[in-house]
Ligand binder design. Structure first.
Ligand code: FES
Length: 101
Protein backbone atom coordinates (compact mmCIF):
# COMPACT_ATOMS: atom_id res chain seq x y z
CA UNK A 1 0.00 0.00 0.00
CA UNK A 2 1.34 3.43 -0.93
CA UNK A 3 1.52 6.41 1.37
CA UNK A 4 1.47 10.09 0.36
CA UNK A 5 4.50 12.16 1.23
CA UNK A 6 4.79 15.95 0.93
CA UNK A 7 8.11 16.96 -0.64
CA UNK A 8 8.22 20.70 -1.34
CA UNK A 9 6.30 23.84 -2.25
CA UNK A 10 6.26 23.82 -6.04
CA UNK A 11 7.01 27.54 -6.27
CA UNK A 12 10.52 26.75 -5.05
CA UNK A 13 11.43 24.89 -8.24
CA UNK A 14 11.60 27.00 -11.39
CA UNK A 15 10.97 25.64 -14.87
CA UNK A 16 14.03 23.81 -16.19
CA UNK A 17 15.56 23.19 -12.77
CA UNK A 18 15.81 20.36 -10.30
CA UNK A 19 16.97 19.73 -6.80
CA UNK A 20 17.60 17.06 -4.22
CA UNK A 21 15.19 16.82 -1.32
CA UNK A 22 15.77 14.60 1.69
CA UNK A 23 12.71 13.47 3.60
CA UNK A 24 12.71 10.88 6.36
CA UNK A 25 16.22 9.74 5.47
CA UNK A 26 15.59 9.21 1.77
CA UNK A 27 16.77 11.47 -1.06
CA UNK A 28 14.46 12.35 -3.95
CA UNK A 29 15.32 14.29 -7.11
CA UNK A 30 12.56 16.71 -8.11
CA UNK A 31 12.37 18.40 -11.52
CA UNK A 32 10.22 21.01 -13.15
CA UNK A 33 10.15 19.95 -16.78
CA UNK A 34 8.23 22.53 -18.83
CA UNK A 35 5.90 23.23 -15.91
CA UNK A 36 5.26 19.57 -15.02
CA UNK A 37 6.83 18.10 -11.90
CA UNK A 38 8.61 14.76 -11.90
CA UNK A 39 10.25 12.84 -9.08
CA UNK A 40 12.88 10.12 -9.28
CA UNK A 41 15.31 8.55 -6.83
CA UNK A 42 18.17 10.98 -6.28
CA UNK A 43 20.77 8.22 -6.24
CA UNK A 44 22.16 7.45 -9.69
CA UNK A 45 22.06 3.69 -10.38
CA UNK A 46 25.67 3.83 -11.60
CA UNK A 47 27.54 4.91 -8.47
CA UNK A 48 25.07 6.97 -6.47
CA UNK A 49 25.61 10.44 -7.90
CA UNK A 50 23.05 13.06 -6.82
CA UNK A 51 20.74 13.34 -9.82
CA UNK A 52 18.90 16.34 -8.37
CA UNK A 53 22.09 18.31 -8.91
CA UNK A 54 22.59 17.20 -12.48
CA UNK A 55 22.62 19.19 -15.69
CA UNK A 56 19.13 19.42 -17.20
CA UNK A 57 18.28 19.62 -20.86
CA UNK A 58 14.60 19.43 -21.72
CA UNK A 59 13.26 16.51 -19.68
CA UNK A 60 16.63 14.80 -19.37
CA UNK A 61 19.03 15.04 -16.47
CA UNK A 62 22.72 14.24 -16.73
CA UNK A 63 24.32 12.79 -13.62
CA UNK A 64 26.90 15.23 -12.27
CA UNK A 65 29.41 12.45 -11.59
CA UNK A 66 29.89 10.57 -14.88
CA UNK A 67 27.16 12.00 -17.08
CA UNK A 68 24.67 9.19 -17.51
CA UNK A 69 21.45 10.61 -18.98
CA UNK A 70 17.98 9.88 -17.58
CA UNK A 71 14.51 10.84 -18.75
CA UNK A 72 12.96 12.37 -15.63
CA UNK A 73 9.46 11.43 -16.85
CA UNK A 74 10.07 7.70 -17.20
CA UNK A 75 13.31 7.00 -15.34
CA UNK A 76 14.79 5.48 -18.49
CA UNK A 77 18.56 5.64 -18.72
CA UNK A 78 19.71 6.59 -22.20
CA UNK A 79 23.35 5.87 -21.41
CA UNK A 80 22.71 2.35 -20.12
CA UNK A 81 19.17 1.12 -20.89
CA UNK A 82 19.46 -1.70 -18.37
CA UNK A 83 19.88 0.70 -15.43
CA UNK A 84 16.75 2.86 -15.07
CA UNK A 85 16.08 4.96 -12.00
CA UNK A 86 12.94 4.61 -9.90
CA UNK A 87 10.15 7.10 -10.55
CA UNK A 88 7.37 8.25 -8.22
CA UNK A 89 3.83 9.25 -8.99
CA UNK A 90 3.67 12.99 -8.24
CA UNK A 91 0.75 15.37 -7.76
CA UNK A 92 0.45 19.06 -6.90
CA UNK A 93 -2.16 19.86 -4.26
CA UNK A 94 -2.57 23.36 -2.83
CA UNK A 95 0.87 24.38 -4.05
CA UNK A 96 2.67 21.39 -2.53
CA UNK A 97 4.22 18.50 -4.44
CA UNK A 98 3.19 15.10 -3.12
CA UNK A 99 4.39 11.67 -4.11
CA UNK A 100 3.13 8.15 -3.51
CA UNK A 101 5.84 5.96 -2.08
S1 FES B 1 27.42 8.05 -10.56
FE1 FES B 1 25.98 8.73 -12.03
S2 FES B 1 26.90 8.32 -13.94
FE2 FES B 1 28.30 7.56 -12.47
Amino acid sequence: MTQPLALIEVGAIEVGTGRTIEVEGRRYAVFNCDGAFHVIDDSCPHRGGPLGGGYIEGCEVYCPIHGWAFDVRTGACKSNPGRPVRTYSAQVRDGTLWIER
